[in-house]
Ligand binder design. Structure first.
Ligand code: PLP
Length: 440
């Protein structure tokens, strides 16, 4: 339960902020009441205003591969802030970071910087439509690409009776205020199902500007792609002339230096990155091959932004890249090993006392626990039908009382950073064991 100072802040905050916060996922919708108001972070730890300490496995939804207040990040921000926070002009560091990204990502010849994953996705969809002259977007059930009208459909876990036939999912916008025109050209397809995709491509492929996918499904817990599935998707895109758009907002600079494209051997036409890219500051990018990215030139497809390529964020992005890539990418090896070690520990717990039906799924540094009657969760429909989200929330809230911070939403996931330690894993597993004993 939130402490007295958090509760008091929530009472104050809800008078002037919607639900006391600035994104629904941080407020009572997720925490069931007052959230814990955080005061500061250090390394792998978060501290709340009541003086409680947490091992942070959420890391700002994955924006912090270097953890909290990494000395290099702090030093860089202090140094650069003293030289001016933002100019909205061309910058040397902008060229430097773009060069680093292009050198690292074989499928990217050019990049354009934005601030958030949503903004980058909006530009990417407009670019895909501009480049191909086609209107339709093919997206997948349960995949989230930001809160833009055209793709904010079928991203929530709905009751199975609302989903429709797997060959023809019922399209459900996830918010009021989204006009039908915004998503009339968005086709929704079941993910991890080659036949469903082949059918959808036969019907819509020639009108599709792009097929957009998360490489690992990251907004319904963690669901890896079936072997060969993403490769087949890429092939079908080439066959029908639709752009293959890999949304690496979550997976970029987390699962591998080259994201899911590297992990699964893909050559996407367009990628977007956010979250980890900025090392804790708002930074996102759209990347792709020259002939596609050229569509963003002046007079073709428009993408603006006062805060694009913010200099503080670019300097921190550079530090993040240098730190993670040093010693032959030791940072990526470290977060992968830690993520796998945590996953193994949870698996042991699940085996030891499985009266709760606990399953853990992970890819490298990301993992999520499902309370389910199934041996695995392999797509959105499985998630909607077989995951006990209330139980996960109870589990996560109890863990918080023991100083372990995981987001209580089963649709999200946990992840390791370079500053987590073996001791954090041991402490987390011990707290989980206690919670599993206590839970009804
Ligand atoms: C796959 C994916 N794409 C895009 C976004 C949107 O990013 P942002 O929250 O930075 O707008 C998210 C956010 O969670 C995401 O998970």
């Amino acid at each position: 339960m939130a402490g007295p100072k958090s509760k008091a802040l929530f009472e104050r905050g809800r008078k002037v902020l919607i639900e006391g916060v600035s994104s629904a996922s941080r407020g009572p919708a997720t925490f069931g009441g007052a959230p814990r108001y955080m005061s500061h972070g250090q390394g792998a730890r978060l501290f709340d205003v009541d003086g409680r300490e947490y091992i942070d496995w959420m890391m700002a939804f994955g924006a912090l591969p270097l953890g909290h207040a990494h000395p290099k990040v702090v030093e860089t921000i202090a140094r650069e802030a003293a030289r001016g926070t933002h100019f909205a002009t061309a910058l040397e560091v902008e060229v430097e970071v773009a060069e680093m990204l292009v050198a690292l990502l074989p499928h990217v010849d050019k990049v354009r910087f934005a601030n958030t994953g949503t903004e980058a996705a909006m530009a990417a969809f407009r670019l895909a439509r501009g480049h191909t002259g086609r209107r339709k977007i093919i997206k997948f059930e349960g995949h989230y690409h930001g809160w833009w009208d055209s793709v904010l459909i079928n991203t929530n876990p709905y009751p199975p009776t609302l989903l429709g036939h797997p060959n023809d999912p019922i399209r459900i916008p996830d918010s009021s205020g989204i006009p039908e025109e915004a998503w009339k050209d968005t086709i929704v397809v079941r993910w991890n199902d080659v036949e469903a995709l082949e059918r959808a491509m036969a019907l819509h492929g020639r009108d599709a500007a792009c097929v957009v996918t998360e490489g690992v499904m990251s907004n319904m817990g963690v669901i890896p792609p079936k072997p060969g599935y993403l490769q087949r998707m890429q092939e079908l895109c080439r066959q029908y002339g639709a752009l293959f758009y890999l949304d690496e907002t979550v997976t970029g600079f987390r699962l591998a230096a080259g994201g899911c494209a590297e992990l699964y051997g893909l050559e996407p036409d367009i990628v977007t990155y956010g979250k980890a890219l900025g090392g804790g500051l708002p930074m996102a990018m759209i990347g792709g091959r020259d002939e596609i990215m050229a569509g963003l030139e002046w007079g073709k497809v428009l993408h603006f932004g006062t805060h694009n390529a913010g200099r503080l964020a670019l300097h921190v992005t550079k530090v993040m890249l240098e730190t993670m890539l040093a010693e032959d990418q030791a940072g990526f090896r470290r977060i992968k090993n830690l993520g796998k070690a945590m996953t193994d520990e949870i698996r042991k717990l699940a085996k030891h006392s499985n009266r709760h039906g606990m399953v853990v799924q992970g890819v490298n540094s990301m993992f999520q626990i499902f309370f389910t009657d199934q041996p695995e969760i392999s797509d959105y429909r499985d998630f909607c039908s077989h995951v006990d989200r209330a139980k996960f929330r109870d589990f996560a809230l109890r863990l918080m009382d023991k100083g372990i911070y995981m987001n209580p939403s089963a649709t999200l996931h946990s992840l390791s950073s370079i500053v987590h330690t073996e001791a954090d894993i041991t402490a987390t597993a011990a707290a989980m064991a206690e919670v599993l004993e206590e839970m009804p």
